[in-house]
Design a protein around this ligand. Structure first.
Ligand code: ADP
Length: 441
């Protein structure tokens, strides 16, 4: 046994060599400590161990000294402030002639690391928790907002439903009114046409001199009557066509034909519109070959309207008509060197009875229906009419229609599909009675 006050022999602590050791008196004043203890607790002989006690742990430390002085004590955990940081140390103690031998053991690294990790995790959990709470609050806000929007939407929906019902009622009333209008127009047109045709026939008889020769003045007057009757017949025909087109009752008769044949027919039909003494040249450009499948009569009717307008409003120069298929669309251009149309009137000319006041007096008076009818007919063919014009320089009207009527194309696709299912199947005749359409494949 070493003498009192002397350092304990190294072998006494051999089994504890990975720990630190110190000897202190009953008050905890260090009499001796090993190197590891100096480093671990930052303490020197002469210092009191109790000075390191963490707040509240001093009584436990004092109890350790008391018991260690009396008998052997194991695994006595005490919290000390080491290097300014709290550390848990497990002490074993036993009496020694110099006082008490203490063997200390810092809590294992893994344990400390686990505590550190735990505290980090706790921090993370707290942060997450704070975020979750914030998110929950945000979600609640959004939920409230969504509820409010839902309420507003369902109110708006109710409103829309109400408006929809009103619109349906109005549409039904309008359809009835349109039906009534077209019936009246059809009847009135008939009533007009009969006497007009009679006037036309009688004036022809008179002009042909079947009832005896006319004086030049009489022939001139009868010529005026005949021209007026023809104008009125044209007006009644346009009016009837427009009313049919608007009521969706215009029959679309799709047929296959060559563009060149249409142009030849139009040339023959439109040349007589040019007065003999006219200073205007009517030029039809030769079209490239193209096959069409649409309502030939309606295309011709539109082109006739455009050309007759161009001739009406052109006193010098030329009216040039060109045909072609551009980007898969049939394009007919009627370009004149006439009086042109001011930009502010370009929209009005397509309205029913839309005429431009400033137009100078021309040879033939119009009805103001030709362009609105032409536009409606173009729409029936799945196309459109556009105009470009410069006052004093001339106008170009362009009709664009699909070379194949959209419904004819649909039918053809339908038939193609059915042929795929039944190879060599017979031709199909499709008659769409309601809309007065007929397609044969
Ligand atoms: P209208 O029977 O009066 O010609 P339209 O509907 O065919 O009726 O034409 C409406 C108006 O558009 C015409 O009155 C005329 O003012 C103008 N317009 C149409 N085509 C031409 C053109 N080629 N040049 C100048 N003005 C035109």
């Amino acid at each position: 046994m070493p003498a009192a006050g002397a350092a304990p022999a190294a072998h006494e602590f051999e089994s504890l060599s990975r720990e630190f050791a110190l000897v202190c008196d009953a008050d905890g004043v260090v009499a001796w400590c090993d190197e590891r203890c100096r480093r671990a607790l930052a303490i020197e002989p002469g210092a009191a161990l109790t000075a390191l006690a963490a707040p509240g742990t001093r009584p436990k430390l004092v109890a350790l000294f008391e018991q260690g002085a009396a008998h052997e004590v194991r695994d006595w955990e005490v919290s000390l402030i080491v290097h300014g940081v709290p550390a848990t140390i497990g002490f074993s103690a036993r009496p020694h002639e110099a006082g008490i031998v203490l063997v200390g053991r810092l809590a294992p690294e893994a344990y400390l690391r686990a505590i550190d990790q735990l505290s980090d995790s706790m921090q993370e959990v707290l942060t997450l928790n704070r975020e979750v709470v914030a998110q929950k609050r945000e979600l609640q806000k959004r939920h409230d907002e969504a509820l409010r929007l839902h309420r507003e939407l369902s109110e708006a929906h109710q409103g829309v439903l109400g408006m929809h019902r009103e619109l349906e009622d109005r549409a039904a009333q309008l359809a009835e009114a349109a039906e009534l209008k077209s019936r009246i127009v059809a009847n009135v047109s008939h009533e007009f046409r009969t006497p007009l045709h009679a006037i036309q026939g009688l004036t022809r008889l008179l002009l042909d001199g079947l009832d005896g020769p006319l004086t030049p003045e009489q022939a001139k007057q009868i010529g005026f009557i005949r021209a007026s009757a023809e104008e009125l017949i044209q007006f009644v025909d346009d009016f009837l066509d427009l009313s049919r087109a608007e009521a969706g009752k215009a029959a679309v008769r799709v047929e296959k034909f060559e563009l060149a044949d249409l142009v030849a027919a139009l040339r023959g039909m439109l040349r007589p519109l040019l007065p003999r003494d006219s200073e205007v040249a009517l030029v039809f450009e030769e079209p490239a070959a193209a096959s069409l499948e649409t309502d030939r009569t309606k295309v011709a009717q539109i082109v006739r309207n455009l050309v007759s307008n161009a001739l009406k409003f052109t006193l010098h120069g030329e009216v040039r008509v060109t045909f072609g298929v551009v980007d898969g669309v049939l394009e007919v251009r009627v370009a004149d060197t006439g009086i042109g149309i001011a930009p502010e009137h370009l929209d009005r000319i397509f309205e029913e009875f839309g005429q431009v006041e400033s137009a100078p007096p021309t040879r033939v008076k119009g009805t103001g229906l030709g362009l609105s009818l032409s536009r409606r007919l173009a729409e029936l063919l799945g196309g459109e009419i556009e105009v470009e014009s410069q006052p004093g320089r001339g106008s170009t009207f362009t009709l664009r229609v699909p070379p194949q009527h959209p419904e004819a194309r649909e039918m053809r696709e339908l038939v193609e599909r059915s042929r795929h299912r039944a190879p060599g199947a017979a031709s199909i005749l499709v008659v769409e009675d309601d809309r007065k359409q007929m397609f044969v494949y």
